[in-house]
Structures are given as structure tokens and as C-alpha cells.
Design a protein around this ligand. Sequence first.
Ligand SMILES: Nc1ncnc2c1ncn2[C@@H]1O[C@H](COP(=O)(O)OP(=O)(O)OP(=O)(O)O)[C@@H](O)[C@H]1O
Ligand SMILES: [Mg+2]
Length: 245
Amino acid sequence: MIQLKQITKSFGSHRILKGIDLQVEDGQTLAIIGPSGSGKSTLLRCLNLLEKPDGGIVQIGAHRYDSSHITKEEMLEFRRATAMVFQGFNLFANQSVINNIILPLRVRKKCDKEKGREIALRLLKQVGLADKADAYPSQLSGGQQQRVAIARALALQPEVILFDEPTSALDPELVNGVLDVIRSIRSETMIKIIVTHEMSFARDAADAVIFLEDGQIIEQGSAHEVFDHPKQERTKKFLQNFQRA
Ligand SMILES: Nc1ncnc2c1ncn2[C@@H]1O[C@H](COP(=O)(O)OP(=O)(O)OP(=O)(O)O)[C@@H](O)[C@H]1O
Ligand SMILES: [Mg+2]
């Protein structure tokens, strides 16, 4: 389970997150939606401590981040509970596809080469790229690169997998292949959190949705509640813009 209590974050004098409270149950998919600049990426980055919240508590399973005190070791443990998939894929350009998966496994999970290879091949098969194991990232389409990045994240068996607009850098015809892979991740326990502008995906893939604006959760509920029966005017307006687009 993830629990956030009163998370705040500022950059300089600019308050970006203004007290976020949130709970996500094991195995659930949470979609974060909201306008540009509302703090979605910052919130996601606070979940894996790429950004350290200024105040509040982040609890992921047994790992707890309390902004007032945390040791380096606790911070590492905390980071290891999560894996992030970025908009721009962030693969190692000078490593083959399979090594992109094996190397983090060796570092983070202390896997030997054989075991790493076995895990990587299984995951490449799962994302439909078994035949690309020895290719280099530059030889793949954006959609394929993103599927490798997802396989790499899954290999680490994180408690939480974080996606920051995983399809927004892709040509339209490649988007669905990546969304299908995300949808197909089945786990009883792993939590998926996805920042997305793909509203129809959020509607059918997410268990819960939050609408973030100006560093605050304006609305939250099931996908059905938020998309079909939004209570707040600001949510309605935001969603209308998407329906028109
Ligand atoms: N490292 C940083 N230093 C200073 N300001 C930052 C930093 N990261 C984000 N910000 C500011 O924080 C605000 C929220 O940014 P964030 O990236 O979280 O928004 P977002 O909701 O993800 O937007 P988008 O939909 O455009 O990705 C923005 O005003 C941004 O300029
Ligand atoms: Mg963002």
C-alpha cells in the first residue's frame, strides 16, 4: 500500500505541491490527470524520492519516508521499492536491448549473468520484443524503446511502477502498442501509477483517478466517478477540453 500524508514541495518560493493526501491499495492502478504545470511529474518524482518532499510522509509498503529524518540507507531501500518509466525512455544508448535490462538487475538485484539473461528474455517476450534482444536502442522505434523501458522496470520487481506520460513522445500509431503492454501487466501486489493525457486509457485501465490542479487534488474517485460524474466544475471543464480535442 502507498500512503501519502500532507506532501508539500516548493522550488524556491514557488509552492508546487500543497499538501497531498493519498492512499493506493496493493495491485491497484492509479491515473494522475491534470493540466500542464499542475505538479503531476513532481508528485510522481516525490514517490521515488527523485525529488525530496519538503514536508509530509510517504509510505510504500514497509518503507517510510519522513521529511524530517531519513538515513542514506533508508533512502536507497525506498528507491529500490520503485521503478520509473520516463516519457523519453532513458535507455542506455551504448548497450544492447538485453543489456539494458540485465545491467540494472545485476546492480540492484545482484543477479548473476545467467539469471539476468533468463529474466530479461522472458520480459522481452512479454513485451513482444524477443527478436530485438541484441539490437541497440537507436535501431528501435520509439514504441519499441518504451516497451524495453517497461521490461527493464518490471525486471526489478518493484512494489510500485511509475509512468510519467509514457506515450506522449510517440507517434500516434505507436501509442496503443505501449498502452496495451501497460494494461497487460498483471500483478496482485504491484501498484501502477501513471501520469497520462490518454483519457480513454485512464478510464478503462485505472482503478482510481486523481485530478491535480495547482498542486492540489481537486477530485478523486474511481475512473467511473471522475470521468462520468465529476463533481467539481474544474474537473468538468478539464475533461470537456479533452472531449473536444
Ligand atoms: N526542478 C525544478 N525546479 C524548478 N521548478 C520546477 C522544477 N520541476 C518542476 N518545476 C515547476 O513546478 C511546476 C510543476 O511542474 P511539473 O513538471 O510537476 O508539472 P506537470 O503537471 O508534470 O506538467 P506537464 O503536464 O507539463 O508535464 C511547474 O511550474 C514547473 O515549472
Ligand atoms: Mg509532467
